[in-house]
Design a protein around this ligand. Structure first.
Ligand code: NAG
Ligand code: NAG
Ligand code: NAG
Ligand code: NAG
Ligand code: NAG
Ligand code: NAG
Ligand code: NAG
Length: 539
């Protein structure tokens, strides 16, 4: 049992450190080390450079065949404007090019950003996707260029203020989404002129994954409007009604919310798509600013404790693995997905932030299980959706999955502890993301090896034409065919996590010793903390 390489005595020291923390230090930078001494990180330049090369190949293909459109269709050398035609891949690649210090690409994107027409688009806008990819990408680039990378840009430095100006222009156009009876945003927006779709409901993740970006925009511009809008919408998620429907387990909620009255419409949820980053941002907001967002932390703690108590589930064939079940009211469903595999990293971040080794240890257990979804398949890449049979619920309980009938799936389940119900891989980052947090928390180089193996599998299997593509079946050698799509989050997330885990320590890296200066948004765009540094031990 090892969450920290230097042993349990340091955990005890950490707890004592918290106990003796003096509240009046809160407003100043507190240089006391809470928690054990930081792990030693070992960079591997060979691996980091290989990931940089993959980034360059992807960028070159995108730039040649798709820029300034949103996404590359790598098989046919075509393009798609699936994100409103504002150059999603360029904006999503921005912070990755910056942390890789790939100056030619940084300069291309920096020249491009002021030219984006954020006043118009012909297609429906997702407030959520636009916030995490575009707003997050611009704010992160601005934070990096005005923070740790200040002074590294030469002739293009004059363009830096326009990055923030473009973020503000975009948000000014999107603001209309919050113009509802409750202030809960409509996720659908149209421009020319800006107006909302008129949806009657919105979801947990799409309401609850705006607050970091919109608050950051307020903090950078000095205009509180943006943050207040997102926080108002979020307030209905922090005090969910009606009870008990909205909150089947303490801190764990339903999914769909009525925009007109703020009431939850169901009690079904999980840590996967549609819900995921609501939970993720509760602890990230506390890291961002523990003074303003202490209440968010309390809700994260409730969700984390309930997950450990009620959702942790072990497959009958692999009781050593820990997955989180989903819920339908209080009935559990033993199904999970690639998207949910960010959960290990989020528990680890919570453990580090709150000095609670129990969350870090539980997060490392979740990382182990999601890693297993990679190593057990024919390609070494994990599937989109998978199931298992729970080892505590009676097999006769209709809410428990019967194991697959004798055959290939049964053999696979016997060995792997899960079976695949959707074998796509669409260049998602979550398993690499959680492995990254595991490494940054422990310094254990085994996690670098895991990330390298995953990167190699992805780099080999998804490479096609002018870039890298979604594949159809992770459990067929070669990936079972290409879907001809390179998501913009390939640039923002997969390549950034793959790179950061092998590269030198830096201001933007996640820290284990309360010296964080950045928090990653859900698209892996590093956002600078409100006060520029972590304020440890704040209760
Ligand atoms: C760096 O990674 C390469 C590729 O996996 C490996 O061969 C090499 O031994 C690693 N170097 C160090 C110092 O660990
Ligand atoms: C700035 O100029 C130096 C010296 O010419 C060069 O090495 C560096 O790559 C330049 N940086 C950028 C971001 O263009
Ligand atoms: C937005 O673009 C559409 C299609 O190009 C055009 O018809 C419309 O006039 C534009 N609206 C604004 C406000 O620029
Ligand atoms: C949403 O709330 C409004 C206003 O209270 C109500 O009229 C409507 O029926 C609700 N919708 C649903 C699906 O419950
Ligand atoms: C969840 O509980 C609500 C309220 O009791 C009920 O109306 C609904 O049918 C339940 N949902 C499921 C899927 O059981
Ligand atoms: C079946 O599982 C659900 C929870 O997932 C539980 O509420 C119920 O009591 C179980 N039924 C039996 C017969 O064990
Ligand atoms: C990654 O894939 C590219 C081809 O797409 C290849 O040129 C490169 O050698 C691969 N990198 C590694 C480390 O295998």
């Amino acid at each position: 049992m090892m969450y920290y390489p230097l042993g349990t005595t340091n955990v005890l020291a950490a707890l004592l450190g918290v106990a003796s923390a003096s509240p009046h230090l809160r407003q100043q930078r507190d240089t006391t080390h809470y928690g054990p001494p930081p792990p030693r990180y070992v960079a591997n330049a060979t691996r980091a450079n290989a990931v940089k090369q993959t980034f360059q190949i992807s960028w070159d293909g995108y730039y040649k065949y798709a820029f300034p459109h949103d996404s590359l269709l790598p098989v046919t050398n075509g393009w798609s404007d699936d994100r409103n035609g504002w150059g999603a891949s360029a904006v999503d690649a921005f912070s990755t090019a910056l942390v890789m210090q790939n100056w030619p690409v940084v300069n291309e994107i920096l020249k491009f950003v002021p030219t984006i027409n954020f006043d118009n688009t012909t297609t429906d806008i997702s407030l959520f996707e636009t916030t995490i990819r575009y707003l997050g990408g611009l704010l992160s680039a601005y934070d990096l260029m005005t923070g740790p990378l200040l002074g590294t840009l030469n002739d293009t430095a004059d363009d830096i203020p326009s990055v923030l100006a473009q973020a503000k222009r975009l948000a000014d156009n999107l603001k209309v989404a919050f113009d509802t009876p409750t202030g809960i945003p409509d996720n659908g927006v149209r421009f020319g002129p800006p107006r909302r779709d008129g949806s009657t409901t919105n979801g947990l993740a799409t309401i609850g994954t705006l607050v970091l970006e919109w608050t950051r925009l307020s903090d950078l511009t000095g205009d509180p409007t943006y943050g207040l809008l997102a926080q108002k919408g979020e307030s209905y998620l922090l005090r969910p009604e009606p009870q008990p429907l909205a909150e089947p387990f303490p801190g764990l909620l339903g999914t769909n919310v009525n925009i007109s009255n703020g009431m939850f419409l169901d009690g079904s949820g999980g840590w996967g798509g549609g819900d995921d980053s609501f939970y993720e941002y509760l602890i990230k907001m506390f890291l961002y600013d523990p003074v303003r967002f202490a209440g968010y932390k309390d809700r994260w703690v409730e969700a984390a404790d309930s997950s450990i108590e009620f959702l942790a589930s072990h497959p009958t064939t692999r009781p050593d693995l820990t997955f989180l079940a989903m819920w339908d009211n209080t009935t559990l469903q033993f199904v999970s997905e690639h998207l949910a595999c960010f959960n290990g990293g989020n528990f680890i971040l919570g453990g580090l932030t709150l000095n609670e080794p129990k969350y870090t240890q539980f997060g490392l257990d979740l990382v182990d299980a999601c890693h297993e979804t990679y190593v057990q398949t024919a390609t070494g890449i994990g599937p989109e959706v998978f199931q298992w049979q729970d080892d505590k619920e009676p097999a006769t309980n209709s809410s428990n999955n019967p194991p697959p009938p004798a055959g290939a799936d049964a053999t696979f389940y016997e060995r792997a502890g899960f079976w695949i119900t959707n074998g796509n891989y669409v260049l998602r980052p979550e398993v690499l993301e959680s492995i990254y947090y595991a490494y940054r928390a422990t310094g254990d180089t085994k996690y670098q090896d895991w990330a390298w193996d995953a990167y190699l599998a992805i780099n080999t299997t998804t490479a096609v034409g002018s870039g890298y593509s979604s594949i159809n079946d992770v459990n067929q050698p070669g990936g079972g065919g290409f879907a001809n799509f390179q998501e913009s989050f390939w640039f923002a997330e997969v390549l950034k996590y793959s790179y950061l885990i092998q590269s030198e320590d830096a201001a933007w890296q996640v820290k284990a010793d309360h010296t964080n200066q950045f928090v990653f948004n859900t698209e892996c765009h590093p956002i600078r903390l409100a006060s520029g540094f972590e304020r440890p031990g704040y209760e």
